[in-house]
Ligand binder design. Sequence first.
Ligand code: 8P2
Length: 447
Amino acid sequence: MTDSSSIRFPDGFLWGAATSAYQVEGSPLADGAGPSNWHHFSHQPDAIADGGTGDVACDHYRRYEEDVALMRQLGLQAYRFSVSWSRILPEGRGRINPAGLDFYRRLLDRLLEAGIQPCATLFHWDLPQALQEQGGWANRDSANWFADYAHILFRELGDKVPLWATLNEPWVVVNDGYMHGVHAPGHRSLDEAPWVAHNLLRAHALGVQAFRADGQGQIGLVVNLEPKYAASVGPDDAAAMSRAHAYMNRWFLDGVMLGSYPDELAEMFGQHWPRFDLADMALLLEPFDFLGINYYTRSVNRDAPQNPPPHAESVRQEGAEYTEMGWEVFPEGLTRTLQWVKQRYGDPPIYITENGAAFADPPAHNGRVADPRRVEYLRGHLRAAHEAIRLGVNLKGYFAWSLLDNFEWSLGYAKTFGLVQVDFSSQRRTIKDSGYFYRDVIARNGL
Ligand SMILES: N#[N+]C[C@@H]1[C@@H](O)[C@H](O)[C@@H](O)[C@@H]2O[C@H]12
């Protein structure tokens, strides 16, 4: 039975929506910008399911004022976006592109004029192609390239951005970009993957140190977490669940919160797992201000020794609801995940930096888009988030993914997560029913 009791979030709880540069901006090479590795990757034959690229996307680079007006119409208190590194540094290092900084200054000014708090992510997967060609995140120097980039942003934009995040979902960069080759740069290497993960976290730590020197406000790290369940009570599936949990949920958080990697990783990577310097592991413990958690679903795992690490595979649950991504709708997993983070990592301040669902929305009709399943997905997950607060989790805010239908990476434009529908042939925006639902949640600060 659906819980219809009303709930109210704490005073000052922050309500926002999120996007990322390559997924919404378009104009990837405009005004002196350099190509990113996602610009390069998306133009490779067969890289993207529908042949889509980020060449136009939501045309946000040109329509940002219209989109800020939409945010205002939704009553958003905050907007999480990412900065395109190669707009700022076309070669990834050295020469700064003033027009790139100017775009983000204009966006920030419009947001601040609208009373919307900017939350900027420094890296949301789109590495400058010039750096990819120097080895990208597999090159130990990548952490220093990132720190130099971070210094520039903190110096040039720091007075307009109260909430920063260094990285978005480093696990996806490793798993999709270096283990399975379905994201940029399209590698499949058990030898590269552990070093890419390590250099990403070194970059995060050096970015936080840069922030402490030049920044204002708060800085955090955004990770994707997915609670793992065993497909059976048997020992093999229990072990598979534990490996999957270590591989997806503990790898990065143990690194930056505990200064060590799960032992299971060395076991599952075997001779491909490096020995990391103790000085590096000490660096990873650089304290930061908040944890951003992206939550979408859970997975139920069984043993799959034939698969690459974590030697597990997910099992579809009979009778459960699934989104267009093939992700089970499982709001209780959000409460469990938030509690796990609180208990394991010392009760850090948390923002839910992404939560949302892809459903097959109908085209707009008479200015309306009926998306009842997304409304119920959001309702259920907001209740789960509120339950976590009731249980003592220090949850500070929630960002819906996503403000706009956008470029869903290797899946192109077919999977739509937006509170606002985008007709990509006309670039017309239409607020969906879920957008109006979320507007009312924000106005009530609850359900
Ligand atoms: N897939 N999916 C939806 C969404 C993706 O569009 C975001 O860019 C990522 O941060 C995260 O994976 C979540």
